[in-house]
Design a protein around this ligand. Structure first.
Ligand SMILES: Nc1ncnc2c1ncn2[C@@H]1O[C@H](COP(=O)(O)OP(=O)(O)O)[C@@H](O)[C@H]1O
Ligand SMILES: [Mg+2]
Length: 300
């Protein structure tokens, strides 16, 4: 697997369902491509709709629309499977007796247990930034708020957990060494497999965390409308992101109507770069319509 391209820009579009994450992330992708960047737009929402916006059937592999614009819909089932397969392999290797316990049945249940989706998303994220290094920018169209926040906090949470597990393992190793000394009169130091595995995982999560927290590289875009519900959810998102030490950098106000004052929003979101996306008479679909919306509203 390739190394990540540290110059590549990464964006996440988040916000309440229906505010226009898919529409504005598509518009932003087309705009960046028109301005000369090579862009990859990828949907992480299991209920994809980039295919509807670009009027083409999409898959987990990028489909090129123009030299500078490719679009993908990340297949969550594939990444859940890949995660579970790895876990199963590691467990059977480490604990041979588990094969007798019919692991398959347990994994069928784990597949539907809470927490799996964010691991799958994190895997797909790490894969995308390592595999698609030739793009100047990768834009992720995110799932509903709950899952997005879990995904964004996962690297930090896992890091905290793993650090505790590494401490615990080190204590166990120390005790084992004392016992070995008493039994054999000499210290037999064998590299601890479990400790190695924990450290590898720790490295992976630290790498993901570094990318997410790198404000020169990664931007979180909060999409909202001018209604109370999306405003409330936006405040919640900003609050919850504090745990992950992540900050929104831009606020996109979509379906904007000129007759509604923006002063209130500017007061609330003055710290962020605000952009207004006017309400269009209908859904903005098809590359040509996305382009004409951008030029009509002087984005390009
Ligand atoms: N600026 C806009 N003007 C008109 N319709 C819009 C605009 N932005 C989004 N929509 C419509 O609103 C609905 C929800 O938008 P979508 O981008 O799918 O939201 P999300 O991805 O946040 O769930 C869609 O029917 C979409 O076509
Ligand atoms: Mg969407």
């Amino acid at each position: 697997m390739k190394k990540e391209n540290k110059k590549q820009k990464i964006m996440f579009f988040l916000g309440k369902g229906g505010v226009g994450k898919s529409t504005t992330s598509s518009l932003f992708a087309v705009e960046s491509a028109m301005k000369g960047e090579k862009v990859l737009l990828a949907s992480m929402d299991p209920a994809h709709n980039l295919g509807d916006i670009f009027e083409k059937k999409l898959t987990g592999k990028p489909t090129a629309f123009e030299d500078s614009l490719s679009v993908a819909e990340i297949n969550m089932d594939y990444w859940v499977d890949s995660y579970l397969e790895d876990m199963q392999k590691q467990m059977t290797k480490s604990y041979a007796y588990l094969t007798a316990l019919s692991l398959d049945k347990h994994f069928e249940i784990i597949r539907y247990s809470p927490g799996i989706e964010e691991y799958a998303l994190l895997r797909s994220f790490s894969f995308f930034v390592r595999k698609y290094t030739s793009f100047d920018r990768i834009i992720f169209d995110m799932p509903p708020t709950g899952l997005t926040l879990k995904f964004l906090s996962l690297p930090k949470l896992s890091q905290i957990w793993l650090e505790k597990l590494v401490d615990l393992r080190n204590e166990i190793i120390k005790k084992k060494e004392i016992v070995t000394k008493i039994k054999f009169g000499k210290k037999e130091i064998e590299r601890d497999k479990l400790l190695n595995k924990l450290n590898t995982q720790l490295d992976e999560y630290s790498e993901a965390r570094e990318i997410l927290e790198d404000t020169n590289r990664t931007e979180l875009v909060l999409v909202m409308n001018q209604d109370k519900l999306s405003l409330a959810e936006s405040k919640l998102i900003i609050e919850k992101l504090k745990f992950s030490e992540l900050k929104i950098s831009r606020v996109f106000i979509n379906k904007f109507k000129v007759d509604i004052p923006v002063e209130e929003l500017e007061k609330q979101f003055g710290d962020y770069q605000i952009r207004l996306y006017p309400l269009y008479k209908e859904s903005i679909t098809g590359l040509e319509n996305l382009k004409s919306y951008l030029s009509e509203n002087q984005f390009v």
